[in-house]
Design a protein around this ligand. Structure first.
Ligand SMILES: Nc1nc2c(ncn2[C@@H]2O[C@H](COP(=O)(O)OP(=O)(O)O)[C@@H](O)[C@H]2O)c(=O)[nH]1
Ligand SMILES: [Mg+2]
Length: 322
C-alpha cells in the first residue's frame, strides 16, 4: 500500500511519518497531503487557546477523554479525537512539551485518541500553515474531532485558533483577567469561554469579569453573531469538574453552526484563506525564480538612490522591462 492509502486505512505509524514530514516542511509531505485532499473535509476542528499556565493541556486531555464517552451529534459512535498541541518552549513554562507528553500519556492507551505535540520553531505565520497541514492529515486519517491547543499571546496564535470551527478561550483566576483576553482581541474570536482552576480563589470573580467584557464586546463587534451567545463556563481540569458541561456547549455550538449555515461559511472562508496564501507564496517564488540573479537587488539599489519610486520599480519588474 502507498503512504496515502495506509493513512486512510488508519495506519498510525504512516500517519506519524507524514506528520513529521509536514512539520519539517519536506516536499514529499505536501505531495502526500495532495493525494489525501479528496479524503478531507469531514473533521470538526476545535481551537483551545489562552495564556500559558491557564491549564489548556490539562483541559484538552480531559476533554478528549470525555468526548470519547459519548456519541457525536447524529452519530451512533463516539468520535475519534486527535490533539495537536502547539506548545512553544516558552520561558514561562520551560519544558512544557515534555510536561504535556507526560500528562497526556494516560490517554495513549485509547486507540481513538491521537496526540501530537509540536514545538513552535520558526515564524508564527509558518506555524499557522504547518498546523493547518497537520489538521488536514488528521482529517484524512479519519479523526472526527481535532483539538488544537495554542498559546494565546498574539495575533498569529489567534489566527491558528480561528482556523477552527469552534474556538474555546481559556482564562484562570489571577491571570490578569479581561485585560489579557482583550489584548489579543481574543474575546471576539471566542465561541466558548472557560474559566479553569475554578477550585482556586477568585474564579467566580473572573467569570463575572469575563461575562461583563463579553457583554460589552457583543454590543461593539459581534453583531454578525447575534444568534450565538458565548457561555462562560467554570471548570477544574485537574479533576474533570465542569468538563461534561463544556462538552454540552461544544456540541451545542456544533449544532448551531450546522443549523444556521455558518459551518459552510467558515469552511469556505478557511479554504479561501489557505488558497490565497498558497497562491501568493507560489506566485512570488516563481517570479523570483524567473528573474535573473541580482535584478531584485539592483531595484533595491535604485530605490536607495531614489532613482525610481517603489511603484515604478514594481511596474518595471512586472512589465519585464529592465
Ligand atoms: N488548581 C488547579 N490547577 C490546575 C487546573 N488545571 C491545570 N492546573 C495546573 O496548572 C498547571 C498548568 O497546566 P497546563 O495544563 O500545563 O497549562 P497550559 O500551559 O495552559 O497548557 C499544571 O500544574 C496543572 O496541573 C485546575 O483546574 N485547578
Ligand atoms: Mg500546554
Amino acid at each position: 500500500m502507498s503512504l496515502p492509502e495506509r493513512i486512510v486505512a488508519g495506519d498510525r505509524l504512516a500517519l506519524a511519518r507524514l506528520l513529521t514530514q509536514l512539520e519539517n516542511e519536506a516536499p514529499e509531505g505536501q505531495d502526500t497531503l495532495g493525494a489525501l485532499y479528496v479524503h478531507t473535509g469531514d473533521s470538526y476542528r476545535i481551537g483551545v487557546t489562552g495564556a500559558p499556565g491557564t491549564g489548556k493541556s490539562t483541559l484538552v486531555n480531559q476533554l478528549a477523554r470525555q468526548l470519547r464517552q459519548r456519541p457525536f451529534p447524529d452519530a451512533s459512535d463516539a468520535p475519534r479525537v486527535a490533539i495537536i498541541a502547539v506548545d512553544p518552549s516558552s520561558p514561562f513554562t520551560g519544558g512544557a512539551i515534555l510536561g504535556d507528553r507526560i500528562r497526556m500519556r494516560d490517554l495513549s492507551g485509547d486507540e481513538g485518541i491521537f496526540i501530537r505535540s509540536m514545538a513552535s520553531r520558526g515564524s508564527l505565520g509558518g506555524l499557522a500553515k504547518t498546523t493547518g497541514s497537520l489538521a488536514l492529515a488528521l482529517d484524512a486519517a479519519g479523526f472526527e474531532i481535532i483539538l488544537i491547543e495554542t498559546v494565546g499571546a498574539g495575533q498569529a496564535e489567534v489566527e491558528v485558533a480561528s482556523a477552527a470551527h469552534t474556538t474555546i478561550v481559556i482564562d484562570a483566576p489571577g491571570m490578569g483577567d479581561e485585560v489579557q483576553a482583550n489584548k489579543a482581541g481574543i474575546l471576539e474570536i471566542a465561541d466558548i469561554l472557560v474559566v479553569n482552576k475554578a477550585d482556586q480563589p477568585g474564579a467566580e470573580n473572573t467569570v463575572r469579569v469575563l461575562e461583563m467584557a463579553l457583554e460589552f464586546a457583543n454590543q461593539q463587534e459581534r453583531a454578525d453573531r447575534v444568534n450565538w451567545k458565548p457561555p462562560v463556563l467554570p471548570t477544574t481540569a485537574t479533576t474533570g469538574v465542569g468538563i461534561p458541561g463544556l462538552v454540552d456547549s461544544i456540541y451545542a455550538h456544533f449544532n448551531f453552526l450546522k443549523d444556521t449555515g455558518q459551518w459552510a461559511e467558515r469552511e469556505r472562508q478557511l479554504i479561501s484563506t489557505q488558497f490565497y496564501a498558497g497562491l501568493q507564496q507560489e506566485l512570488f517564488e516563481r517570479f523570483c525564480r524567473s528573474n535573473a540573479d541580482g535584478v531584485l537587488e539592483r531595484k533595491i539599489d535604485a530605490l536607495l538612490a531614489r532613482k525610481i519610486s517603489p511603484r515604478e520599480a514594481i511596474a518595471s519588474l512586472l512589465d519585464a522591462r529592465d
